[in-house]
Design a protein around this ligand. Structure first.
Ligand code: MG
Length: 253
């Protein structure tokens, strides 16, 4: 290193500091350039704990692997499904189940698993269940791993209304997850539709429904339409398949 190198560094730093000084002064002197003018400090967002693999601290736990007391048969009465090994499993030929509590706008997390055994089951008969928002609007649960069916009836579809953006399905027997944002439809005092239902769904962390607008309640045959209603149960469908559920929680929005 020659003498010049040892001098250039400190000189350059000094020049930079001198050049920057007027800018700081100018910023602090001009209210329009004051960065604190656009800082919002209150109200402070509520703290929510988010333990890994468990419900957030402000969620309503609908199924924790053991307790089915938040649920009842869709006909009323006790849940006709089986609880074992931390999972709630459909009993084919029984009935669907619904929450006792009624919900409108929600964030809903549901983990589900279709049966390993697929032999002899094709299309809509392979691992079929469903999550009904407000008891009327079905987000399809189906084994859609190497299992062709109509696209608006596969996993991640709003049944017969909106196909998923992609097929993010895992193999049968593996746990999968839906994270759902549901905006309930709004009706006027006279019963007219003022705002349709909207849904956003992540399937295994992948966006499959992006603020999708629903045309009405789920129909097996014919076009969907709306009828006025209020908050309602979240329901899980019994569709002759031994689909299992675990870690279900909901946050009211
Ligand atoms: Mg279904």
């Amino acid at each position: 290193m020659d003498r010049n190198d040892s001098v250039i560094g400190p000189v350059l730093m000094a020049v930079c500091l001198l050049a920057a000084a007027p800018a700081f002064a100018q910023t602090s002197g001009d209210p329009a350039r004051d960065p604190t003018k656009t800082e919002v400090w209150t109200p402070v967002p509520t703290i929510v704990a988010t333990p890994s693999g468990r419900a957030p601290s402000d969620a309503i736990v609908l199924f924790d692997g053991k307790d089915v007391s938040p649920w009842e048969s869709e006909q009323g009465g006790s849940v006709p499904w089986v609880v074992a090994d931390g999972a709630l499993t459909v009993v084919p030929g029984s009935k669907g189940i619904r929450t006792k509590q009624r919900f409108c706008d929600v964030q809903l997390h549901v983990e589900w698993r279709t049966p390993v055994e697929t032999k002899g089951f094709v299309g809509q008969n392979r691992g079929n269940s469903g999550i009904f928002l407000q008891d009327l609007y079905e987000l399809q649960v189906l084994d859609s791993y190497n299992n062709a069916t109509y696209a608006n009836g596969q996993a991640g579809s709003i049944y017969k209304q909106a196909m998923p953006l992609v097929n993010a399905s895992r193999a049968p027997g593996q746990w999968q997850a839906y994270d759902i944002i549901w905006k309930a439809p709004r009706f006027s005092q006279g019963g007219g539709l003022t705002s349709p239902a909207r849904i956003t769904v992540l399937h295994n962390g992948v966006l499959v429904q992006d603020d999708t607008v629903l045309a009405g309640k789920t129909e097996y045959i014919g076009a969907p339409s709306y009828e006025p209603h209020g908050c309602a149960s979240i329901s899980l469908q019994e569709h002759d398949s031994r689909v299992s559920y675990r870690n279900i929680w909901v946050r009211e929005l």
